[in-house]
Design a binder for this molecule. Structure first.
Ligand code: SF4
Length: 301
């Protein structure tokens, strides 16, 4: 990883830590604001040896608010040009990923979500992963921790991934929507993301897919299928287990882990649903030519 990317990551982690500590503003010098507004990052992609622009060197950002410095939101509204799957040239994936991550963390395209979110849940895992899992949106636990699939459903997803012989570090996990759908004050639980919200955020997922270039995507649940493909109503009970194609990348739709957890209340304690999900994952493993042991094949026989 280049020094540039390490420093950019350090700056992002510092800003996230500040935000988690309740800080909503940082002091930024006028010349820094000017530098951030310029297309310097994109222009530097083509340079063989990147150096961190002085504007975001993390050695100086923690300076106490200067009287002359204007106070700006920690995550100011940034309106990047709408990306497409073919708009990004291949190159240093780490640098591209860090730049995309910085843009997404600063996103304010959905004002109603910006005011209620605790974090922007970008994604987690290996930017070079062959296998990518896509869910619908962060829930309350993910919003709190800034990482996708960390609640009860996330623990089940982690179990599925490890049963496949992988880890959360060897795959990539993201959601269509990067911010938690807001709920009414005092309302518990999570809300299903709306089609317009997913359509607004989808360009970021497209960029992630373009950079990662996974060989297989697993769409977790009907809402993820709807958001990814831009369709009105997915029939996940019919579509699961049947390969789909997303701009040349095979997609395996399967049940969302939370659906599997709810099925555990049924008469068979969710065994049939779990078997279906596992059959889908066996198809994924075969497609990726991953080793499959007899034990893995026979889990639900
Ligand atoms: S949901 Fe997506 S588009 Fe909307 S504010 Fe969050 S990151 Fe931006």
């Amino acid at each position: 990883m280049s020094v540039y990317v390490q420093l950019l990551d350090a700056a992002i982690r510092d800003l996230e830590a500040r935000k988690n500590n309740g800080e909503r503003f940082v002091a930024v010098a006028p010349e820094t604001l000017g530098a951030l507004a310029s297309p310097v990052l994109r222009a530097r992609r083509a340079e063989p040896a990147m150096t961190l622009p002085k504007a975001i060197v993390p050695a100086t950002p923690v300076s106490p608010p200067a009287a002359a410095s204007p106070r700006v939101p920690l995550f100011p509204a940034v309106q990047p040009p709408p990306p497409t799957l073919t708009s990004i040239a291949r190159g240093d994936r780490s640098a591209e990923f860090a730049e995309l991550r910085a843009r997404v963390l600063a996103c304010a395209k959905c004002p109603h979500l910006v005011t209620t979110r605790k974090s922007v849940v970008f994604g987690v895992g290996d930017p070079n992963a062959q296998l990518m899992f896509v869910g619908e949106a962060p829930g309350v636990d993910e919003d709190r921790q800034g990482e996708p699939f960390v609640g009860a459903a996330g623990q089940l997803l982690t179990k599925i991934i490890t049963t496949m012989g992988q880890t959360r570090q060897t795959v990539y996990i993201a959601n269509v929507l990067k911010c938690r759908p807001d709920t009414a004050p005092g309302e518990r639980g999570n809300r299903k993301p709306r089609p317009d919200e997913m359509a607004t955020c989808l360009p970021y997922l497209l960029e992630q897919i373009q950079l990662i270039q996974p060989r297989v995507i697993v769409a977790l649940g009907g809402t993820a299928v709807e958001g990814l493909f831009g369709i009105a109503e997915a029939r996940i009970t019919r579509q699961r287990g049947n390969w789909m194609d997303f701009r040349g990348t095979p997609v395996m739709p399967t049940f969302h882990p939370s659906y599997v957890l709810r099925a555990e209340d049924g008469p068979d304690k969710g065994r049939a649903t779990k078997r279906q999900v596992w059959e889908d994952m066996l198809q994924v493993m075969e497609r990726l030519a991953l080793p499959i042991s007899d034990k893995q094949r026979g889990f639900f026989k």
